[in-house]
Design a protein around this ligand. Sequence first.
Ligand code: AMP
Length: 352
Amino acid sequence: MIPPGETIGILGGGQLGRMIAMAAAQLGYRCHVYAPEADSIAAEVSAAFTCARWDDAEAMAAFAADCAVITYEFENVPVGPLTTLGEAALLPNPRALEIAQDRLSEKRFVSDLGGTPAPFAPVDSPADLAGAVAAIGVPGILKTRRDGYDGKGQWRIMAAADAEGLDLPAKPLIYEGLVRFFAEFSVILCRGADGDIRYFDSPHNVHEGGILSTSTLPAPGAVLEQVPAARGLAAKVAEALGYVGVLTLEFFATESGPVFNEMAPRVHNSGHWTIEGAITSQFENHVRAICALPLGGTGLAAKAVEMRNLIGDEAHDWPAILADPANHLHLYGKAAARPGRKMGHVTRLTFG
Ligand code: AMP
């Protein structure tokens, strides 16, 4: 057990790290953020900050020496430099990072555990694309295997001709069949150091332009029917990885059951509602898990909960949002509001 007062290291400096650090502070821990960008909104609420490149072995070793345990808020941390962490435990373990960083390996991993992803084919070079489109069919989505998030690095292919003449990056890609879903939802679980698994209620997630827009609870009945099977798969993933911390799997709810979309080995945007809407937030339970403390309850704290992301200019509406006393406003303190940039979120609880 890592007692309060010790230091938790966080790799990555964005809003997820900021909210982990705020939950850690509540439990009496101090946080040390490691990120390559100087303007870290996680560092602003933490005790210490190392601003260095991921491959700066000296900086990484000094950071590790200050930390009792290290976690990450960003799954594209290169795994190679993490071997210099020495004795400090990295939780969740880097195997989860390695798998989740690559859309092809996560789909294969989940298929091997009995899950159903969208039909997929690797596209290692532009010459493979026509064959992949012929094998999987149209419509489909071509995605970069690595570094894609919030719908970035994706091309929709509605007809075979769309695959011709695309200006593709020189990176490994994956082509997926377009899934006909009636809703999207996520399973957010926390696995403790003793193997205890707690599930948060599964939110109904609505994306716009590839970016999460809202997460609503309780999810509609037709989604809730698919949650047990999805949880079963998520538990298998967590067990297979010896996972400790919060793990998120995103699913499409389809007429033939849950189809796996992707996994995130970390706290997740579709779990932000848990700060006010669950007995214990995903951030606090993540801290409890990596510090080997008992996990807190994950039940809903209200009859209904809605979380809405504030993207780009939407955060400018903060006075109007605060004018409604039922709203909980979270602003991440980012300097510039760019289109598509997550600037904050607002959570609304209903008790009646
Ligand atoms: P991703 O970055 O893979 O999570 O994709 C972002 C969003 O794009 C998803 O949440 C879906 O709304 C949509 N999407 C991605 N892949 C597919 C697919 N194979 N079929 C249908 N919709 C998809």
